[in-house]
Design a protein around this ligand. Structure first.
Ligand code: TMP
Length: 235
């Protein structure tokens, strides 16, 4: 599939048009940002690791009949995806308390959440992706009630599927972010699922194997992404 004009360049990925108007090429970059773009850097090999990890996880979800935008891998850093309208909300699920949750609410770092927490954030860089609830999302006309319910249902199902996949490979899926697109009235998981958008800890040592290593200058960022890829590649 031939790449045509650049449609959109984000902080970690580029989207290109193709000769087929229903398909796009999603290219993963080595560029990394954190704290709403305030911290910038390059993680060598990240584009390839994230493309590989997202491919494995989208294919795994498809095997559970979860619709994703993934069509096929094209190159080490590129995948073919379905073109769709993206809902301007980020769906987050948390299994373990960390990150912004422990800053905002009286949880202790590492608390196991008996009931996973579902949150919505507005995709809006200028406002710093604020936390919103379903009433804000409805009032902003970002999604209808059925879609918000479907986002919750799908994110919970994806959490259950991926959690046990990670567990079997000695990893904890601490929390993650998903974006959804609309395709023929259905919600489809889009964007990426990678150590940029998930928190992943080693099950035994709780070593962080995700973008927190970059956010907090912990070193060994590329090694951590490589380790996640190696473990997730195990059949
Ligand atoms: P948080 O604890 O910083 O709110 O992050 C929750 C999860 O969402 C974590 O897995 C990282 C992911 N995330 C993104 O993918 N993009 C973002 O812009 C932010 C803030 C978090």
């Amino acid at each position: 599939m031939e790449k045509k004009g650049l449609l959109y360049e984000g902080k970690a990925k580029k989207l290109y048009l193709t000769e087929d108007e229903t398909l796009l090429v999603q290219e993963f970059k080595d560029d990394a940002t954190a704290f709403n773009g305030a911290k910038k850097g390059v993680i060598s090999g990240k584009g390839e690791y994230n493309c590989s990890i997202s491919t494995i996880l989208f294919e795994y979800l498809e095997s559970y009949h979860i619709s994703t935008h993934f069509v096929r891998r094209l190159s080490p850093t590129e995948m073919l995806v379905s073109r769709m309208e993206i809902i301007q909300l980020e769906a987050v699920i948390r299994n373990i308390a960390t990150g912004s949750l422990v800053k905002r609410l009286p949880f202790q770092e590492g608390d196991v959440l008996e009931y996973p927490i579902f949150e919505l954030y507005l995709k809006n860089d200028e406002l710093g992706d604020p936390l919103v609830n379903e009433y804000h999302a409805l009032a902003l006309q970002l999604a209808c009630p059925d879609e918000i319910r479907a986002m919750f249902r799908l994110t919970s199902k994806i959490n259950a599927i991926l959690r046990s996949y990670f567990e079997r490979r000695g990893l904890m899926l601490v929390d993650f972010k998903l974006e959804f697109g609309r395709e023929q009235g259905e919600l489809v998981a889009a964007d990426e699922i990678s150590p940029d958008t998930c928190r992943i800890w080693d099950r035994k040592t709780h070593k962080k194997l995700d973008k927190d290593r970059f956010r907090f200058d912990m070193g060994g960022v590329d090694k951590a992404y490589q380790e996640v890829l190696e473990r997730l590649s195990n059949a």
